[in-house]
Design a protein around this ligand. Structure first.
Ligand SMILES: Cc1ncc(COP(=O)(O)O)c(C=O)c1O
Length: 494
């Protein structure tokens, strides 16, 4: 019998920070069960105030802002055009990324996906391919919505070598071959730093440099998805030969020096709750192929976001990003941040949970194929969805990024396809939790791991044929075929 009450942890009672809700923890497991059923066991639909155990759904926009950011927020200038904060932000972007902002077009958006949407809309065309180490889910969806073939080319070391320090790298040989064969179809190449979909793994400077060199050889623009540029720079300092004595600030500038343009979500390494941008060098190769792109992007921005000097952001948001960018490259901050994720990962590993190593910068990824090894759970039973669904009952939220999120269903053939990797991600919000909160999350995962035989399958009852289906689908939980002991869940959801 699957027992959700028996795995309270040695770390209880844990200290609660940052959340009055958690101080009071007013919800019972029965109330959570009712809410989970109402949400169709979809973690995105589950009310966040019930997550008193730890909300590790995403590290994006979930940052607790610093006192400096809250102070700056009060100085937000809400003028309709050319607000003071915009110029502060431009200056900070220039300093942080080592760019002369007069030589770049910089477009503010309310989120990175809006920036990606603008970029892909204006480069759309027949038979285009955009290669990347890995696309984030909404980045891929934005490319595909514009009929662009978004091609993941993550390095082979990902599977082969558990200790490889830069598993986020782009596969340079595969890119070279693709450029040889399809150069005309490729408007740009992207490297995502760190590589979120690929396990939150960093990309080495050597790999960024080699990608740039290949792009140069074929006259193709090179873009970065720079959402976690500072965490990536930290890993380069820690792991790449020749960088130990360089500052993270200098490494971040070097990363950016290779690109013709970048998209960024300030909800990650901007340490802000909202914000994104698209930046393109004025003399980049992109303009050779798309001479009107800057006008088109400016019009797009005004039509859907607002005046260029605020994008979709309020003046106070802009101030918080400005200060966030100044903080995020501080090494004492990054040491604590990445150190905490590491400690969480090491504890999960100690408990025997099959985690991806090395641990990512913003998250620890659990390998669902190994988690359910030896049970009757098959890929198409979406065990990762079941794990995240049951954790809701403990007030804990993680995110399935595997067989369901990145798989597809063809209603014509009734075929499911599965991605090569099958993860559940525990993303750690910045500046929000204490390590003992993360221990609690880990102990809850362990409680279910010990009963993995009894974890029910997740059967999608709505939405499995939809794009971005993990945000929208509804599920029922039914027992693994050989095990009748979980009928309690089947009856609870029927
Ligand atoms: C690598 C990467 N790119 C793009 C995005 C999209 O950013 P936003 O949520 O601001 O649209 C994310 C969000 O998590 C991401 O991780």
């Amino acid at each position: 019998m699957l027992d959700l009450t028996s795995f309270e942890t040695p770390h209880h009672p844990r200290s609660h920070v940052n959340s009055l809700v958690r101080l009071h923890n007013p919800f019972t497991e029965d109330q959570r069960l009712e809410a989970a059923i109402k949400a169709g066991w979809n973690v995105f639909q589950f009310p966040s105030e019930m997550l008193c155990g730890g909300d590790l759904l995403s590290d994006s926009g979930t940052t607790t802002m610093t006192t400096e950011q809250f102070s700056a927020l009060v100085l937000g200038d809400e003028s309709y055009g050319s607000n003071w904060g915009y110029f502060q932000l431009l200056e900070t972007i220039g300093e942080t990324f080592g760019i002369d902002t007069d030589e770049w077009e910089i477009y503010l958006f309310h989120q990175a996906r809006a920036a990606e949407h603008a970029l892909f809309t204006h480069i759309a065309g027949e038979d285009l391919i955009v290669p990347a180490n890995s696309f984030f889910d909404t980045t891929r969806a934005n490319a595909e919505a514009n009929k662009i073939d978004a091609r993941d080319l993550v390095c082979q070391n990902f599977n082969d070598d558990p200790d490889y320090p830069f598993k986020g790298n782009l596969d340079i040989d595969a890119l070279g071959q693709l450029l040889e064969e399809h150069c005309e179809q490729i408007p740009l190449v992207i490297s995502t730093i760190t590589n979120n979909t690929g396990g939150g793994q960093p990309v080495s400077m050597e790999n960024i440099r080699a990608t740039r060199a290949l792009c140069d050889a074929h006259g193709i623009p090179f873009f970065l998805d720079a959402c976690r540029f500072a965490e990536n720079a930290w890993f380069i300092k820690e792991r790449e030969e020749g960088y130990a004595d360089k500052s993270v600030a200098a490494i971040a500038k070097e990363e950016l020096s290779f690109c013709d343009g970048f998209t960024i979500s300030f909800k990650k390494d901007g340490l802000a709750n909202m914000g994104g941008a698209l930046a393109i060098r004025k003399d980049s190769r992109l303009t050779e192929r798309y001479p009107d792109i800057f006008d088109a992007l400016r019009d797009h921005q005004i039509l859907v976001e607002g005046h260029p000097t605020y994008g979709g952001l309020s003046g106070r948001d802009i101030m918080t990003i400005t200060v966030g960018l100044q903080t995020v490259i501080k090494e004492e901050y990054l040491k604590g941040r990445i150190g905490q994720v590491y400690e969480f990962g090491a504890y999960l590993k100690k408990l025997g949970i099959p985690v991806i190593e090395p641990f990512g910068g913003h998250a620890v990824y659990i390998d669902m194929d190994r988690f359910f090894e030896g049970t009757s759970m098959e890929k198409g039973d979406f065990g990762g969805i079941s794990l995240t669904a049951l954790l809701l009952l403990k007030g804990v939220r993680l995110c399935e990024l595997g067989a369901f999120a990145f798989g597809t269903y063809d209603p014509g053939t009734e075929n499911e396809t599965f991605p090569p990797r099958n993860f559940v991600r525990a993303a750690v919000p910045r500046n929000k939790y204490e390590i003992q909160d993360l221990y609690y999350v880990a102990d809850c995962i362990k409680g279910l791991y010990d009963q993995r035989d009894s974890i029910p399958k997740a059967v999608p009852v709505w939405g499995k044929d939809k794009a971005l289906r993990h945000f929208k689908a509804r599920f029922e939980l039914v027992p693994q075929s050989h095990n009748a002991a979980v009928k309690q869940y089947a009856s609870a959801v029927s």
